[in-house]
Design a protein around this ligand. Structure first.
Ligand code: M6R
Length: 608
């Protein structure tokens, strides 16, 4: 989704801004632009398409400025074209800004501003902000911004500069993340830490409602009531190497192959085989309170939601505690019935997903504590929840979430084990599960060794335009996740279903041109799944199955089989998801698609 980078210091801002924009490319965007000032002139450049195009255009002009702001736009209001690309300006072309978020009342404000004589050049909601600031400007940019903001409804992360005050950037956060990078006599503004990582690891997290006035010599922060506030400088722990592809052609493939390590890290220090115990630090809840929990609720979007669904099956099986999973985008607007003794978790890789954050705020309004399961330390969800835990998967750059999903499910298994002990599951069974968990990394490595075979299968099935992904019980969420992976990166239509649902409608679509990707390991519903697949076969449907190693029966039924090692039923999703990820990856890569940055998508969905 849209990205912001800003720089003020002693160096040429342009290469720094372009470098930052490139590091934000993974977020997804359709156009890019920047604006700089040398104190006399204000110069800008925009390009539709990749940052490289912007870079080429800039090379032809003569930019040298020590202050500038830049943006990658993911279109919301108005088409993808240069006019709609940020930065946006006021009428006098003295004020320029870049914006992440959505201004909901822009239409009304625009009409008012037009009636007052303001001339608009774009179809965006953002441009109204520039004109509003112009309207209230009388020599103090920060004050004009504060006045303008009081009329806005919506979300915004903003970086603003003015030709009349060419020594500062004003930055604001309201519902859209923003961070300040700090170096001696140099400051960096960004919507996302990776943008500034090569320049500094010292950051100041800008909180909701805060406004910063940033100069080369220092910065001042103010709260919503314009009171000066002290901000702490923190050191980020991200390593640059972790956000480079290494020898892999795509981040997605690298991240799939990182999964054995991700599982090891997510378990480290959290499971003790001898005692049959598992524990997640950071929940900030005493065992006594945990014991009283009567219901668990997971709220998340996309892949994180499917991880929550895996958690539901596992927790209910091991603890008997009812578990619900809600889509954040639905939950935030419906009547929220939260009884006492319900434990609410938000699951989010980025910790910045707008709908998930909105759901969190809705619950917090009712004074109910919310916990987070996230990957990005210091993300909004990590900072604003009452407690929570990290999956420690390392930066996930590919838009398609892979290793974060696995990390989330591992954390949920650990949570299930913790609750299971409190709810009386025997030590022997808990030890058996932990034993199974501890060998999962090696089992994933075994599946990864089959990558060349899965690649060949992807190439065989590339001709199909539609796919069903079927699974049951613990593997039902994997059917949903497998289908999501395929559609988001290969643009092939895929639907995930519980295999038992086929007869209730979807089987009508099955014929020789509509293959089924069946997740059918040997589990307690194996025979049922086999019957469902027989019904597919009877309708000439092609079957590609993921099955347990040594399963001969399925060989006679399926056209192709990918084998996974044997494990306990509740742990199967940790293995069955891997062939789904590889299949989707190889299919999209064979089609020559931009696997890491699929069209129309963004890594973190920071607008509604
Ligand atoms: O950062 P989050 O985990 O909150 O993101 C949630 C979804 O946007 C994300 O999982 C999305 O569905 C992925 N593109 C799926 O691969």
């Amino acid at each position: 989704m849209c990205g912001i980078v800003g720089y003020i210091g002693k160096k040429n801002a342009v290469p720094i801004l372009l470098d930052g924009l490139k590091r934000l490319e993974y977020r997804g965007y359709d156009s890019a632009g920047l604006v700089c000032t040398d104190g006399k002139e204000i110069e800008s450049c925009k390009a539709v398409g990749k940052v490289k195009k912007l870079e080429k255009k800039i090379k032809r002009s003569r930019f040298f400025c020590t202050l500038g702001i830049a943006h990658t736009r993911w279109a919301t209001h108005g088409q993808v074209c240069e006019a709609n690309t940020h930065p946006h300006f006021d009428c006098a072309k003295k004020i320029a800004l870049v914006h992440n978020g959505i201004i909901e009342n822009y239409d009304k404000l625009k009409k008012q501003l037009i009636s007052e004589g303001h001339k608009f050049e774009s179809e965006t909601d953002t441009e109204v902000i520039a004109h509003l600031i112009e309207k209230y400007y009388s020599g103090n940019l920060k004050r004009a911004v504060q006045k303008a903001l009081s009329y806005l409804v919506g979300t915004y992360g903003l970086a603003i500069i003015s030709k009349d005050e060419p020594d500062k950037i004003v930055a604001v956060r309201h519902g859209s993340p923003l961070v300040l990078g700090v170096r001696k006599n140099e400051y960096f503004v960004a919507s996302d830490v990776p943008a500034i990582l090569p320049f500094t690891k010292k950051v100041v997290y800008i909180n909701e409602g805060e406004i910063l006035e940033i100069k080369k010599s220092g910065f001042r922060a103010f709260d919503i009531r314009d009171r000066k506030i002290k901000k702490a400088i923190k050191k980020v722990k991200w390593q640059r190497g972790k956000i480079e592809k290494g020898n892999f052609p795509h981040f997605m493939l690298k991240e799939i192959f990182e999964q054995p390590q991700v599982v090891r890290r997510a378990m480290a220090g959290r499971v003790v085989l001898k005692k049959g115990e598992a524990h997640l630090g950071g929940l900030n809840i005493a065992s006594k309170e945990l014991k009283n929990i009567k219901r668990i609720l997971f709220i998340a979007c996309g892949t994180a939601n499917f991880a929550g669904l895996c958690g539901k099956y596992i927790i209910e099986e091991l603890t008997g505690i009812p578990c619900d999973v809600e889509l954040a985008s639905e939950f935030r607007y419906k009547r929220q019935i939260l009884q006492k003794n319900t434990l609410v978790f938000l699951i989010s890789q980025s910790g910045e997903t707008a709908d998930t954050i909105a759901a969190m705020r809705e619950i917090q309004k009712q004074r109910i504590p919310v916990l987070g399961i996230s990957n990005v330390v210091d993300s909004t969800i990590a900072r604003e929840t009452q407690g929570g835990t990290f999956i420690h998967a390392g930066p996930e750059i590919g838009v398609a979430s892979t290793k974060a999903f696995l990390g989330q499910v591992i954390v949920l298994v650990i949570l299930a084990l913790e609750f299971a002990k409190l709810n009386g599951l025997s030590k022997k069974i808990r030890q058996k599960i932990i034993k199974g968990l501890l060998i999962v990394p090696c089992q994933i490595e075994e599946i990864l060794r089959q990558a060349p075979k899965i690649k060949r299968l992807a190439e065989k099935y590339i001709k199909y335009k539609n796919f069903f992904y079927l699974g049951r019980k613990f593997n039902y969420p994997i059917a949903l996740e497998g289908a999501l992976k395929l559609k988001e990166i290969s643009y092939i239509h895929a639907e995930g279903y519980g295999a038992g649902e086929m007869k209730h409608g979807p089987i009508a679509l099955v014929d020789s041109k509509f293959p089924v990707f069946a997740i059918a390991p040997q589990d307690s519903v194996y025979e049922k799944t086999i019957s469902n697949l027989e019904e597919i076969k009877a309708r000439h449907g092609k079957i590609l199955a993921v099955a347990t190693s040594g399963d001969k029966k399925i060989k006679n039924l399926a056209d192709d089989v990918i084998y996974i090692p044997k494990t306990m039923e509740i742990l199967q999703p940790l293995l069955t998801v891997v062939p789904c990820q590889l299949f989707a990856y190889y299919l999209a890569a064979k089609k020559g698609l931009d696997v890491d940055k699929p069209r129309n998508l963004a890594k973190s969905v920071t607008v509604e």
